[in-house]
Ligand binder design. Structure first.
Ligand SMILES: O=C(O)C(=O)C[C@]1(C(=O)O)C=C[C@@H](O)C=C1
Length: 380
């Protein structure tokens, strides 16, 4: 069905088209300038992400927008989206190589998605990167000859055994690092197997990020941290923030951040499936928040069952966290069964108070997210 229109409307639309084309010219100009910034940063070894510059620029543009009668949030949204493009653009210019006399980098599991991403970032930074995958172990000696960094990026369930079985003979100066999403056990295996520098890394993002700008990499110290410093600096130049943590603290947080969250998402999907919910009609009735929630659940099931089984089953202690969740669920369900609104509201207030300032902060952050969910809705 064609949309209704009038001559006057069409005239105005022609003018809007002209303005939009001018916007395109301006965006092209900005992208060209950003490409030049990328070259300069590459030469000077500066990080892709410049938070101070971003904050100053956004503050100025917001004030100018207000003065012009433009909602400040509008220009902020537009600039943030443009800067996301800058991160991708500047990445392709390559990065400064912090350690020029390293020798080879060997990524074990370099054909996996995360291994590939790190391989790409290291190659863009001038390192000689080799991948060592399951069919390559016969040539392991030649692949590992002259290695300065070994990065282990294999499924969690294979990590410790692989480290112990295969990595006992690395050169003493070589850094041994892993990208596993649990840290205590792999770190222990690396320290027991290799006598040289050891560091545990956990990139807190999936392999589909495009750029590392603003992403977080958790770093758990192993041995000879001074020998690993260049690697952390290199990750910083890629735009990521390095957060130091002890392996046990990290793993404890992961029981909630990963195991429990993925498990409850899994059960949510399982429940929809067993209830034979009709997703298409749920989407028709959905508010933006429900659409976002469904998207978060659905995206889990678009990925590998092995990956999530690995994360959820990796730590025995996760069972405790998930069990506690079930108890709280059961207790809350009991209130519902008894029709006890009073206690429900008391518990609600208790949790609100416990969230403190985070509650309004999350409300603000989620408002912007929900608006973009609405913008992204396909036409029907
Ligand atoms: O000014 C810079 O340093 C840039 O890289 C450009 C730019 C931008 O697009 O404006 C992009 C990324 C930085 O975080 C800050 C600003």
């Amino acid at each position: 069905m064609t949309e209704k229109t009038t001559a006057e409307l069409e005239q105005l639309r022609d003018k809007i088209d002209e303005v939009d084309q001018q916007l395109l010219d301006l965006i092209r100009k900005r992208l060209d300038l950003v490409a030049r910034v990328g070259v300069v940063k590459h030469g000077a070894g500066l990080p892709i992400y410049a938070p101070q510059r971003e904050a100053n620029m956004l503050a100025k543009r917001r004030t100018e927008a207000s003065d012009m009668g433009i909602p400040p949030q509008l220009i902020e949204d537009i600039l943030r989206r443009l800067m996301r493009e800058s991160y991708l653009n500047e990445k392709d210019m390559g990065f400064k190589q912090v350690k020029t006399d390293l020798g080879k980098v060997v990524i074990i599991g370099g054909e996996g998605a995360l291994g590939k991403l790190f391989g790409q970032m290291l190659t863009l930074s001038g390192y000689q990167v080799h991948s060592l995958d399951k069919d390559d172990w016969q040539q392991a000696d030649s692949i590992l000859d002259g290695v300065g960094l070994v990065l282990v990026s294999v499924p969690i369930r294979l990590t410790c055994e692989l480290i112990r079985d295969k990595l006992g003979n690395l050169p003493e100066h070589c850094i041994l690092a892993d990208l596993t999403s649990v840290k205590e056990a792999p770190l222990k295996a690396m320290l027991e197997t290799h006598k040289g520098p050891v560091v545990g890394l956990h990139p807190m993002f999936g392999p589909d990020v495009g750029s590392l700008a603003k992403q977080v990499v958790v770093v758990c110290e192993g041995r000879q941290p001074e020998a690993c410093e260049w690697l952390l600096e290199q990750i910083g130049i890629w735009g990521a923030r390095v957060v130091q943590a002890s392996a046990d603290k990290h793993d404890e947080a992961m029981q909630l951040v990963q195991a429990m969250r993925h498990f409850s998402t899994f059960v949510y999907g399982l429940n929809l499936c067993r209830e034979q919910a009709d997703i298409a009609s749920l989407l028709q009735f959905s508010s933006p928040i429900y659409r976002l929630e469904l998207a978060m659940v659905g995206r889990l099931f678009a990925q590998s069952p092995e990956l999530y089984a690995d994360i959820i089953f990796a730590q025995d202690k996760s069972q405790q966290a998930i069990g506690d969740y079930l108890d709280n669920y059961a207790n809350a369900l009991e209130l519902l069964r008894k029709g006890d609104r009073e206690t429900f509201m008391q518990w609600f207030a208790e949790v609100s108070q416990w969230f403190g300032d985070f509650a309004p902060q999350f409300r603000n952050e989620s408002r912007a997210m929900l608006q973009s969910v609405n913008d992204m809705k396909p036409a029907h």
